[in-house]
Every structure is written in C-alpha cells, then in structure tokens.
Design a binder for this molecule. Structure first.
Ligand SMILES: [Zn+2]
Length: 109
C-alpha cells in the first residue's frame, strides 16, 4: 500500500500520477493519471508501474525516452544508469548496437 502511494505526484513512464483511487468493487487499485497529451484517465496501478500503460490510448509514450536518445547518449546512459539497464538494453538491441559490455544483454532480456 505504502509502495503504491509513493508514486503519487511522480511521473511514471511519462504518466503523471495524480492520485490513488479508492479500491473498486473488484478490489483493484487504480491511479488517476495525466497522459502526456493532457488527457486524464484511470489506469491499473500495476500496469502503470510495470510500464504496460503508457498513455490514455492516444499512443503517447510508445517509445521510451531511451528509444528517442541519440546513440552516443544511449550508450552513456547504459553505463551510468544501472537501475534502468533493462530498458536501455532493449533500446540498444532494437538498434542492433554492438557493445562489448552488451555481451550479457541477451541474458537480461
Ligand atoms: Zn493521451
């Protein structure tokens, strides 16, 4: 509970988490969210945190910020940002960039 509340006020995968909605009849937790397109909508907490929900349905956020980064910045991000490494690796692999330190990438994915 505390963990999911900690996302309120933060931006997760491009979505601004405005509030945690009261538990619905089926017992699911949902957030009230603001999409990058400014539309507000509700989304299941776990889908938001996992990155399955990235927009209100308008298609915003289809590409991660790593997918939009130039190659050199992406490579720098890989070495600097360990917590985001899975996403960065996905972006690198999508571009077929070959890096010595990516030898383990296939195991991560
Ligand atoms: Zn939207």
């Amino acid at each position: 509970m505390a963990a999911i509340e900690s996302y309120v006020g933060q931006t997760v995968n491009g979505l601004k988490v405005l509030k945690l909605l009261p538990r619905n009849a089926s017992g699911d937790f949902k957030y009230w969210l603001r999409c990058p397109c400014k539309e507000e909508f509700s989304g299941g907490v776990y889908n938001v945190i996992n990155g399955n929900t990235k927009s209100c349905g308008c298609g915003a956020g289809r590409k991660s910020r790593y997918e939009r980064m130039p190659d050199d910045k992406l490579i720098a991000a890989y070495t600097e940002n360990e917590s985001e490494r899975v996403k960065i690796t996905a972006a690198l692999v999508a571009r077929r960039l070959q890096l010595p330190e990516l030898k383990n990438a296939e195991r991560i994915l």
